[in-house]
Design a binder for this molecule. Structure first.
Ligand code: DOR
Ligand code: ZN
Length: 436
């Protein structure tokens, strides 16, 4: 396998506590050496390495998205593993964790393996998240040991909550034994029937039924109680797409009490509020819904102060004809992979002065650690050669029509963002090159 020398860039690797000018030598799909500018030239020449000029660019570990919907098997009219991972590469992601709400639901070792087969044409690494319950029906837990052996990195019924106390308790206990996190879609569906947006002024104005913040925080609090009752230090509860100040407070409290509770926030929740629904704009419809400014501010604060563990996109492709229906009929979900880095840089780095290294930690190092993706989210010698090169200041305009995704459902079409991705490498292979 060939070698590549990434030369003249500014390397940011939170895993190695590195934020400096460094050259990086990739060899046989791994990081072979990291050294001061020019120091690797002789070694690279001996290996006949290809030179990648990174002058003026940030060189960071490939981004890791622990929450995407790739729609395969079964809904390949919305997305395929090939198109979803192409969108990931364009957004600087080199690892994506795929939710199980496919058709059929991924609740088996067989489907878990099928998703990882080279035949799917993935250009970045896909880590399946298997269903926590059979068919994600919330009635009987799946076989966590077998799913883990087949490559699952967590269990979740995302799209719906694990609602029953007894089933959630069983899930947390079995997952702890198997060494898997349980990812909860925290929504008390008994409080959200028929609701299509946040419960608040905007829903009142539009005449729509709303989802209260308590429907999220109530499940988070219930899950934390179950976790505390387990008294098993291996048990790990992870809250998907956390969207409210109240739920974040509950996570903080649990952490203060020494419980292993982590959470992720999606870019749309820190970039937008319910105001974006405007005149029934279906591109602003997702679950959990866009919330109010005080929730958005609390999420940003949590991202800044470290209470939020990761940024995850909840990339959820849907067809144009589905999103062109009336607001109440249209499915939940927005694309996320191509705009996550730009939104994180714009909102967190530029507007709120979060250092670049912290942005990278939230988009790569920490999510990789959360789901134990060994050798990912790091540029330490021996790690996978998963790398993103981007210009932190150059702006670009997102054009949904040109998306690598099969779908077009985004509220960010036409937005000008910082952080143009220059090159993405997955295990030493160039999988995306932006035209600069
Ligand atoms: O917005 C969402 N889209 N939220 C979910 O929980 C599911 C997802 C999807 O699969 O489309
Ligand atoms: Zn999701």
């Amino acid at each position: 396998m060939s070698s590549i020398l990434i030369r003249g860039g500014h390397l940011i690797d939170p895993a190695s506590n590195l934020d400096a000018r460094r050259d990086l030598l990739l060899s046989a799909g791994r990081v072979a050496a990291v050294d001061a500018p020019g120091k690797l030239d002789a070694l690279a020449a001996r290996e006949h390495a290809e030179i990648l000029n990174a002058k003026g660019l940030i060189v960071a570990p490939g981004l890791v998205d622990i929450h995407v919907h790739l729609r395969e098997p079964g809904q390949s009219h919305k997305e395929t593993i090939a198109t979803g991972t192409a969108a990931a590469a364009a957004g600087g992601f080199t690892s994506v964790c795929a939710m199980p709400n496919t058709t059929p639901v991924n609740d088996s070792a067989e489907t878990t393996r099928w998703m990882q087969s080279p035949d799917r044409g993935a250009v970045v690494r896909v880590f399946p998240i298997a269903a926590a319950t059979r068919g994600s029906l919330g009635e009987a837990i799946t076989e966590y040991g077998a799913l883990k052996a087949a490559g699952a990195v967590a269990v979740s019924d995302d799209g719906k909550p694990i609602l029953h106390d007894a089933i959630m308790h069983q899930s947390l206990a079995a997952a702890a034994r198997a060494g898997l996190p349980v990812i909860q879609h925290a929504e008390d569906t008994r409080q959200t029937q028929g609701a299509t947006m946040n419960a608040g002024a905007m829903a009142f104005r539009l005449g729509l039924r709303g989802m209260p913040a308590e429907a999220e925080s109530g499940i988070v609090e219930r899950d934390i109680q179950l976790l505390a009752g387990l008294q098993d230090s291996r048990a790990h509860l992870h809250i998907a797409h956390l969207s409210t100040a109240k739920a974040l407070e509950a996570v903080r409290r649990a952490n203060r009490n020494g419980l292993r509770v982590t959470c992720e926030v999606a870019p749309h929740h820190f970039a937008l509020t319910e105001e974006a629904v405007g005149q029934y704009d279906s591109h602003a419809r997702m679950n959990p819904p866009l919330r109010v400014q005080s929730d958005r501010a609390a999420l940003i604060q949590g991202l800044l102060d470290g209470s939020v563990d990761a940024i995850a996109t909840d990339h959820a492709p849907h067809c144009v004809h589905e999103k062109e229906q009336e607001f109440e009929r249209t499915p939940n979900g927005v694309l996320g992979l191509e705009t996550a880095l730009g939104l994180a840089l714009q909102v967190l780095h530029q507007k709120h002065s979060l250092p670049l290294s912290r942005v990278i930690a939230l988009l790569s190092t920490q999510p990789a650690q959360l789901l134990h993706l060994t050798g990912r989210g790091s540029l330490a010698v021996g790690s996978f050669a998963d790398v993103v090169l981007f210009d932190a200041t150059a702006t670009w305009t997102y054009c949904a029509a040109a998306s690598k995704s099969k779908s077009r459902n985004t509220p960010f079409d036409g937005w000008t963002l910082p952080g143009k991705v220059h090159t993405t490498l997955s295990e030493g292979h160039v999988v995306y090159e932006g035209n600069s």
